[in-house]
Design a protein around this ligand. Structure first.
Ligand code: NAG
Ligand code: NAG
Ligand code: NAG
Length: 378
């Protein structure tokens, strides 16, 4: 297996300028500052504070350019680095944050030895003391590296962010995912308005996307009470993700950001909205393609609420474009769940096998009580 680290690390380097204080890489978030040789045995990091700004536990290796591991070579340019988390190991960094605010973390990971690896991500102190598990199973890029996002609400002004790898490979303690490019972004969730009862219906607010990163950021599945890196929205799945994409590298129907449904029926994008029972609602949205070679005639996005669903076809040439559609329904409860999923599986036409799918964007929900319905929902 060959990891195309060259491109990847160029991307990391581009991000470094954005750092220092606000949104951007954590201190030494790209692991460019190396540990002192005296604190290493080969590639293994021997002291907890050896890597500048980080604290490590367990079997952690500091991966350097050209490193070879079994049949895998990291094609990393000179002077570029990452860390590999072996069995029962972790890396952590203290973060200065604003108490009560929401933050998203973006980091890149490449799987190594196993088909399926799981990382536990947490902050302490946190809302609960249970870390969220991110499945590192499916590979969504041709390079082997994927960017993952996660989010938390800051309980204090100083928190420790931790990535922990468990014991997927008890037989080889060195096995485990390689981590790089750890970045943070403060989230500013927009509010619902009478013109759009959905929060963040245009997906403009979301996790940090490294400038220059050509493959978007994965938003992994979450529990209902988790903080979402995509404010307002939940990703519901056992192990699959949705891909958060930007207009700098993909075609998006509206604004600068959108969501690509890359995992077919196995993942749903969901938002729960307070509604007045009996009111007449219209959900409007765009379905398109990201101009990433994802061609299918048609792709289908399934849109559903408890009181109605619709299959929206979109003929994609893989070159960008979208269609606008709507779903009308009557709210039958205090809350309405709006659900989007792709009813097909697609891969890009470049032969790389990269998973892709329809793009959803610019979603709005307006509900009006019955007497006004006819006038307003023409
Ligand atoms: C590396 O560690 C050795 C021994 O602890 C120490 O003498 C040396 O100054 C350290 N070098 C750096 C660059 O920290
Ligand atoms: C370094 O690692 C080698 C191989 O695992 C081991 O034999 C050796 O004892 C280690 N050295 C130290 C100083 O831990
Ligand atoms: C809706 O809210 C009202 C008032 O809070 C409550 O009495 C009622 O049980 C709720 N209905 C449903 C379906 O949740």
């Amino acid at each position: 297996m060959m990891l195309n680290g060259a491109l990847f690390l160029l991307v990391c380097a581009a991000a470094r300028a954005a750092a220092s204080g606000g949104d951007g890489p954590l201190l030494n978030g790209n692991f460019e500052y190396a540990p002192n040789r005296s604190q290493m045995n080969g590639t293994r990091v021997m002291a907890p504070n050896a890597i500048p700004y980080w604290k490590v536990t367990g079997f952690v290796e500091y991966i350097e350019s050209g490193a070879r591991q079994g049949d895998m070579v990291l094609t990393v340019p000179e002077g570029r680095h990452a860390v590999q988390l072996g069995t029962e190991s972790s890396i952590r960094q203290q973060l200065s944050v604003t108490r009560g605010k929401y933050y998203s973390i973006t980091f890149s990971a490449a799987r190594t030895c196993a088909q399926s690896e799981r990382l536990k991500v947490s902050v302490v102190p946190g809302d609960d003391d249970v870390a969220d598990e991110l499945p590192i199973q499916t590979v969504y890029t041709s390079s082997g590296w994927d960017s993952y996002s996660w989010a938390f609400k800051a309980k204090q002004g100083v928190v420790s962010f931790i990535i922990h790898h468990g014991d997927d490979h008890a037989e080889d303690p060195a096995c485990g995912p390689i981590i790089d490019c750890v970045a943070i972004r403060a989230l500013n969730p927009p509010r619902a308005t009478p013109h759009n009862m959905l929060i963040n219906g245009d997906f403009e607010e979301g996790p940090y996307i490294t400038p220059g990163s050509p493959w978007g950021v994965l938003v992994p599945p979450m529990d209902e009470d988790d903080t979402s890196p995509l404010p307002g929205w939940m990703v519901m799945s056992y192990s699959k993700v949705v891909k958060y994409i930007d207009s700098a590298h993909f075609r998006v129907p509206h604004g600068a950001r959108a969501v690509e449904l890359v995992a077919g029926l196995e993942v749903a994008l969901v938002q729960e909205v307070a509604t007045v029972p009996g009111s007449s609602c219209r959900l409007q949205f765009s379905v398109g393609d990201a101009a990433n070679g994802c061609a299918a005639s048609p792709m289908r996005v399934q849109v559903a609420t408890a009181r109605g669903s619709k299959s929206v076809p979109y003929n994609s040439k893989g070159t960008g474009g979208y269609t606008r559609d709507a779903l009308d329904f009557t709210a039958d409860g205090n809350s309405t769940r709006v659900v989007f999923y792709s009813s097909g599986y697609h891969t890009t036409s470049d032969g790389s096998g990269t998973l892709c799918g329809p793009v959803v964007d610019d979603v709005s929900l307006v509900c009006v009580s019955r007497p006004h319905a006819r006038r307003l929902l023409r």
